[in-house]
Each structure stands twice: as structure tokens, then as C-alpha cells.
Design a protein around this ligand. Sequence first.
Ligand SMILES: Cc1cc2nc3c(=O)[nH]c(=O)nc-3n(C[C@H](O)[C@H](O)[C@H](O)COP(=O)(O)OP(=O)(O)OC[C@H]3O[C@@H](n4cnc5c(N)ncnc54)[C@H](O)[C@@H]3O)c2cc1C
Ligand code: FES
Ligand code: FES
Length: 485
Amino acid sequence: MADPVRFQLNGESVVEAEARPTTTLLQWLRSRRLVGTKEGCAEGDCGACTVAILDPPDEGDEGVWRAVNSCLVLLPMVDGRQVVTVEGLAEGDTLHPAQAAMVRTLGSQCGYCTPGFVMSLFESCYRSDLDASWKRDDQLCGNLCRCTGYRPIRDALDAVAGSRPDDAFRAALGTPSPTRPAAYAARGQRLDAPTELSEAIALLQHPGARLVCGATDLGLEITQRHQHPTHLVSLERIPQLRGARIEEGTAILGAATPLTQLETWSATPLPILHRMLRYFGSRQIKHRATLGGNLCNASPIGDLAPVLLALDAHLVLEGPSGQRRVAVGDFFVGYRKTALQPGEILTDVRIPLPDPAARRGAYKVSRRRELDISAVSAAMRVELDAAGRVQLARLAYGGMAATPARALGTEAALQGQPWTAATVAAAAAHLERDFTPLSDHRGSAWFRTTVARNLLVGFEAETREHPVVALPDRHTGTVVLGQTP
Ligand SMILES: Cc1cc2nc3c(=O)[nH]c(=O)nc-3n(C[C@H](O)[C@H](O)[C@H](O)COP(=O)(O)OP(=O)(O)OC[C@H]3O[C@@H](n4cnc5c(N)ncnc54)[C@H](O)[C@@H]3O)c2cc1C
Ligand code: FES
Ligand code: FES
């Protein structure tokens, strides 16, 4: 059975039964003459297409407005939801506070980027956690402006962040979010969004069926490579695959949990995951991107795999023949290849909570601090015995090989050694034998090897006084060797 897509757009009910399931929300809006929402890049990089979607609560019973890139949201994914575009903000002649602030601070010149910024400001109005400078940077880092300069826009954000205007959008936060399954088909394509894992597994057995979750990766196949998969099975409505919790000393992270939710949750139990997520993509991307998608695309520069390798995580896979567990180190079997068998789904990730005394750190090295792809990423965990000698070392890197991988030779060289600058520097020389990285436009092999070594040496320096290289609560740049952020 296939149903039309039904959703609320700027407070009005919409029913759509004709558009292809791979039509993006942006394409659909613009085809309906809602052209306030702009297309800049169609790949999640510029934020011109930002709209707000009301999402189910992360915790408690209040929903959340999330600014998302409409160029990477497929139309059937908004079935049953509330969507707000820039056209829906003002009430008659009265601007929404997000719009009024941009006018007051002179935050717009040519105006092309402005609707996208306004929608990010809109989200900020209903957030109560924008209490630190870096969080406000994070709120805007997914929007690019080529002419105004960011200072006035940042002033507008400072004026409205957390203001929670008493309006219909705030009232909407209390409305229940849909949990119904969606099944939409048109023009020879379909997208199913079941609410049960067993149903997703059954649907995946159909010839040609492909999994999708946030579509921040798969969406690029559609918008950039113009491919149109005939049957997508979306995992994002399956409650069993969402959320994070701790059970008997193990963190259990649902594969379909959006990364912003994971970022907030991980601050205390898993600070190195939290730190890596701060530098991951943009807020719009993290609202849609999921842990499962990040692992299953098996990118050698996926940022979360090194963290999971450093923490000895296991992945739970489920398919028609049942459930199995795979160590994350065995999951990546080759360039962009995983141990997933046809018809299997990654359901959750299990991470034993590390010893609080263990030294831990995560690093991402890229050309820009925000919204950039890593040249090299790393996550490290080192446990010492009472005499200060290394009894466990996990040094995991992205960007150094065809898959995210541990530096096994370097780890072995550290084993039983005193954890000092001298022994670490000596062991770091093994990284050249552990990895033979490629040279590409993000960095030469020499650059990557040098960065990998410096990150390890810097990690020892940074963890001398405090075991965890946590997220700094102030504005910092890319990690500089020896500088504690
Ligand atoms: C602008 C931009 C910035 C980005 N920045 C970063 C970054 O900083 N760091 C980084 O690492 N990545 C980044 N990415 C890549 C991408 O956002 C992430 O990899 C994201 O986590 C993918 O999750 P998703 O749910 O959107 O995956 P989707 O696109 O939905 O799926 C990706 C692939 O995984 C499969 N899949 C998804 N979930 C499962 C599952 N549970 N079981 C089995 N297979 C599954 C799908 O079939 C598909 O092949 C960026 C992407 C964009 C567009
Ligand atoms: S059009 Fe650039 S992020 Fe969507
Ligand atoms: S005002 Fe011109 S791009 Fe921002």
C-alpha cells in the first residue's frame, strides 16, 4: 500500500501524491513557488536552503525545531511533520524576532544567504542551551555568506538565541510528533519508512531495496550524481534504533540517532565522542546525519570510526538470519566495504565506558575548523598502571589508510613503556610503518604522516594534567601541537 505524503507547511496541510520519492524538499518547495528557500550548492555545504522541521523530543516531552538542509531531505521524509520555511515566519507585517534581528543588525546585503541564516536564527530562538560561545558558532557554521560578513549576523544570533518568543512556533513544541509508518510510491520509485525493525529487514529483502537514514550521504548520489534509487527503506522512524543509554557500564547508541542528539548526550559519559561531534559537519547536517550512516558508508575519513576504534566498540548487526556482534575493527573490510551481509542492518553501537583515569583525546585536522572533511582524524585512549607504564594503548586514525584503522605497531611499541614525552616520541616513529597514506588534494602522504605523529606527541602533552582532551568552552582553532585548547 502506498499513501500520499501529508505534512504541515507553514501551518497549512499539504498532500502530495505525484512527485518522485527522490524529489528533495528544496526542489518541491521551489516548484511550488516558495522560492524564499534558496539553492546554493545542493550538497549541504552552504545553508541557503535551510528550513525548520519539528522533530520528536530528544528527551522529556517537548519537540524541537531543527534547522535542516532542505536540499538533502527527501520529500517523503517529512510525511506527518511540521515544516516551516522563511515565508511562514512573519505574522502579517510583524516580522519574527529572527527576521527583525537581522534587520536591526544590518545582517543582509545581497540577501541570497539571508533566508537560510534566518532559519538558523529561528532554531536558536527555541534552544535553551546556547550558553557558550562555541555553541553559537556551531549554530551558524552551516550557513555561508559571501558579502555581509559574519559579525552582524552573529550579533543577530546573540540578540535572539534562547529568547523563546511566546508564539505559535513555541506552542508547536508541545504537539506530539508522528510515529506512524510512511509508504510513498510514485513514478516507479518508492520510499518506505517503517516503525518496526522486523519490517525494515523484510523490506530490505526486496530486489533493489537500499537503506537510508538521514540521507546526508546518500542524498548526494541523488543531487550530485543524479541517481534515482528505485526503492529506499528509511530507518529514521524506528524507535528501537534511536536514542542513547547506559546499561551495566556500556553505552548503547542507536544507529539511527541524529548526531546532534548524540552530541548533547555524550558530553559527560563519552567526552571524546562529544568533542569529535563538535567539529563534525554543521548543525543542519548533524540534525539529519546518523551514527549508522557514518559507519556504513565506510568512508576512510569518516570522523566517528576512529573514536569507536579507540573505545573498543562493538556493532550489533541484524538481518533475516538473526543478530550478530562485530568488533568495530572487523567491520571495515576494505575501501568503502563493510562486514554487513546483504539484507543486514546496523542496529546499535555498544561502547564499554572507559576507565575514568584513562587518557583520552580526539582530533580532527582539516583546512577549516567548521564544515570541512578531515585530512587526518584521530582518537586515542591510553591506560597506565600504578607505575605510570602503558598497559593499554588504542591509537586510531582516519585518513591514513583505505579504512579507519588502529596504529598497531605504534601501540605495541608503547606497551609497558613509561608514558613520557620521550617514549611517546620514540614510539611515534612507528607510525610510518603502520600506515602508507595517499597523497591527495587534502594533504600529501608526508603531511598526513607528520600530522599523525604530531597528534600523538601532542596527545601526551595535553593529557599530562588532565586525562581527557575535552571540548574547550571557548573559541579555539585547529589543535596546535603542545597548545592546550
Ligand atoms: C555537508 C556535509 C558535511 C559532512 N561532514 C562530515 C564530517 O564532518 N565528518 C564525517 O565523518 N562525515 C561528514 N559528512 C558525511 C555524512 O554526513 C555522514 O557520514 C553521516 O553520518 C551519514 O549519515 P546518514 O544517516 O545521513 O547516512 P545516509 O546518507 O542515510 O546513508 C549512508 C549509507 O549508509 C547506509 N546506512 C545508513 N544507515 C544504516 C544502517 N543503520 N545500517 C546499514 N546501512 C546503513 C545507507 O544505505 C547508505 O549507503 C558530511 C556530509 C555532508 C553532506
Ligand atoms: S543548497 Fe547549499 S546546503 Fe542546501
Ligand atoms: S548577504 Fe549576500 S551572500 Fe550573504
